[in-house]
Structures are given as C-alpha cells and as structure tokens.
Write a protein that binds this ligand. Structure first.
Ligand SMILES: [Zn+2]
Length: 242
C-alpha cells in the first residue's frame, strides 16, 4: 500500500499520453478536471492541500467522458517528413531528403529541406517563424502608418489564449507565430485589430468602428478563427501517442 498518493505527470486517454497539469488554489472548493484542446493536456484544479486520491478517482470515473472529449480534438500534426501543414492559406508538404542542403526552401506547395532527420522539427519551426516575421512586420507598420502611428517593437511567441496583443503605452505588439499558418486575410484582420489598439486601448464602440473601417472582413475572420483556431494549435504538436 502506498502511504502517499502522488499525481502522475501524464495520463493515458484514448491511446494518447496527455500531460497532467495540476494547480493548487487556496480558494478551491473542490477538484476540477478540464481537458484542454489547445495545449493537448488535462488541467486539474486542487485545493491548497490534499485531494490527490480524490483527483485520481475523478480521472478514473470520468475516463469515458475524457476519451470522448479527446476524440474530438484536432489530430496533432508534428513537423515530420511527409506531413502536410497549413501555411499562408494553402497546404505545404514537408519534403525531406537527407542529401539536400540543410536550409528549408519554399518550392510551390513543398518545403524542401535536408540534413539530419533529428533536426527537421526545429528547422521547420525556425523557417515558419522567419516567414511569420517577414509577413507581419511590414504589414503591421503599413496598417499603423494609415493611422499615423508607429510600432516600436513587434515580437512573436506562442501564446495559448490569444493571437495577438498590443501595449498602447509602449507601442509594442505581440503576435502568435501561428498567424503564418492562416490565410492572409485572417492574418491581416488580426494585424488590424492589434494596430487599432494603438488608438483605442479597449474594446469599446469606437474601437470596433475603427476596425470595421479598416477591415471589411473582420467578422468573417472571427468566424474563421472560431472554427479553425484549434487546428492551428495542433500544428507542430507532438503526437503524444504511446
Ligand atoms: Zn483586442
């Protein structure tokens, strides 16, 4: 018999090994379990102390429900040879041959690259980051110039809950590198949204009026993101399969 139950780092659900991310809250009344499609993980809220056995019980009792949830998630799409990834509104095949030069080259609907297999993932990711930067920096400055504003700093990262953010005071904008996976008109809508925050640092009526003036497809792009946003987060994700 184990005296102290411990939480595992991951839990197998429907053939996928999912990280178990536990957070303790002083004010938590009970234990909550939430599968997160975006991070492909299980989130567990626990009270400040204890609750480990109950949490393990909860996972077991809700196994069927968890499996049903995970089955609806978009399949992970690792950066591996032969994978087809969304890119700039089209599909890009990762075409790897060890004999080719290391550096990825865009050739129509193929991303050709060589070098050791072990580095394919990182080289593909770096390529996409560079493409994202090359697309977003001039687009942002161009939209900002229309509003007579300047953007001091543009950064790319991989946030979970938002595609962009703007710090009006510092004149800085952050984007998700995943914008390069989206069609150009969706990417532009996000750029316009963040640039409009340089004028209105809120989501008030004036802000939305400005967005609508700058981008006729703003509503359409929000619907696109609601439908396909999750799939963008599955790109480059590891399979987590056992
Ligand atoms: Zn906003």
């Amino acid at each position: 018999m184990r005296l102290f139950a411990r939480l595992p780092d991951s839990v197998e659900v429907g053939g996928r090994q999912l990280p178990l991310v536990a957070t303790r809250y002083r004010a938590a009344r009970g234990i909550r379990l939430k599968p997160c499609a975006i991070t492909s993980s299980l989130k567990l809220s626990l009270p400040a102390r204890g609750g480990v056995r109950e949490a393990l019980d909860l996972i077991e009792r809700h196994r069927g429900w968890l499996e049903a949830q995970v089955a609806r998630w978009p399949a992970p799409l690792p950066f591996a040879p032969g994978a087809e990834i969304p890119f700039d509104g089209r599909t890009l095949l990762i075409d790897w041959d060890a004999a080719r030069p290391l550096r990825p080259v865009l050739d129509g609907d193929r991303l050709r690259l060589g070098g050791p297999l072990v580095g394919v993932r990182d080289r593909t990711r770096r390529f996409l980051l560079a493409q994202a930067r090359a697309a977003l920096v001039p687009a942002t400055q161009e939209e900002a110039a229309k509003l007579d504003r300047k953007v001091a700093r543009i950064a790319l990262n991989d946030p979970v809950g938002r595609w962009g953010s703007c710090n009006q005071r510092q004149g800085s904008i952050n984007y998700s590198w995943r914008l390069i996976l989206m069609p150009a008109w969706v990417r532009r809508a996000i750029v316009v949204h963040e640039v409009a925050h340089l004028v209105h640092a809120n989501h008030g009526p004036d802000f939305w009026r400005l967005v609508a003036e700058m981008d006729g497809r703003a509503g359409e792009s929000r619907r696109w993101l609601a439908r396909f946003g999750r799939e963008m987060h599955a790109v480059g994700a590891e399979t987590g399969r056992i």
